[in-house]
Design a protein around this ligand. Sequence first.
Ligand SMILES: [Zn+2]
Ligand SMILES: [Zn+2]
Length: 352
Amino acid sequence: MICPSCSNVADSAEKYCSRCGLALTTRSQKLLSAAGTFSWIMRRALGGMFAGIIGWMLSIALNRVMSMDTAPSLTVELLVRFAIVGTFLGNVGGIIERSSYKALLGGVLGCIGGIIGGLINRPVYDLFANSTSAYSISHLISWGVVGLFVGMTSGLIERNRKKIIAGLVAGIVGGSIGGILGSTLYAGLLMDPSRSSWLTFRFIEASAGAVVGINLWLVLGLVEKLYIFRRKQISAGSEKVCDFCHTQNSLRAWYCKNCGRTLQFAASVEKLKITPYRALERISNAFKFLSWLSAVAGIVIVVIIFISLLFQNILFAIFVSVALAIAIYIISVVLNGISEMLVKFMKIKESE
Ligand SMILES: [Zn+2]
Ligand SMILES: [Zn+2]
């Protein structure tokens, strides 16, 4: 058992925490697990926020670069925005779980959702052109489509049709809420003529992306935690046995080492070794997340810059792309290094 007040790890037979004296009842344990669930969902919402901010700002910067030669049509502009933000939002779950193939699958799904969402945005707007809420409706539907695709990721990996549908519905709901709030906020702030400095514009873009990302991942995270990732508590014995091929896996395993399928068991917290330095662990995880996210942003930026410069000068395109790739690689490694340093610090403290 873990004391919900001071995080002291106690024997399951102990009635009171030996460090702070709190009664260790099933109710206090329920409180601890509720707090754990809450922070689990908040982690996804925060991840969605960072991904939304970076995606939105990047898409606007790209649209600005593209419009230097010839102004792109509104459809292209919308397509670029939705596809890029969709890719970033789709990455969130995989990055948090440190699974690159899940991040890739989510990113591809988010990008497809973004392309469809971007293409239908203007037609939907025209359909409701007489209504004052045409702008809101079109963004509600477009972001709902992005959410639909992003939401399917976890269910697809578990190869479970019910979970795919649950994620898809959660994605539509979260995406629609985020879309209507984010785009209304964005349009409202942009139309205000008193806000015109460079910094305010960047802030407006960042907050629009943040609102879309937070709402999508808050709803999706809730459904993932309560339904899609619901696991059987492990009973007697100390191994997770695969439902599909019956291979025994260690308690720390999430996926079967033999067939790669998701393990449908969870070990209770006291069976896993956890660090008492949980705030440090969270900060470390946040840096790890930003390290991955900057790598994703780097890949997107390098590919786009390379393609756009290719038609002007091939050598220059290669030179700029390589220089950019190195710069982003350094940023990503430094962020990862900070994360690892914090982990090391946690372990030093633990062994004292
Ligand atoms: Zn305690
Ligand atoms: Zn298996």
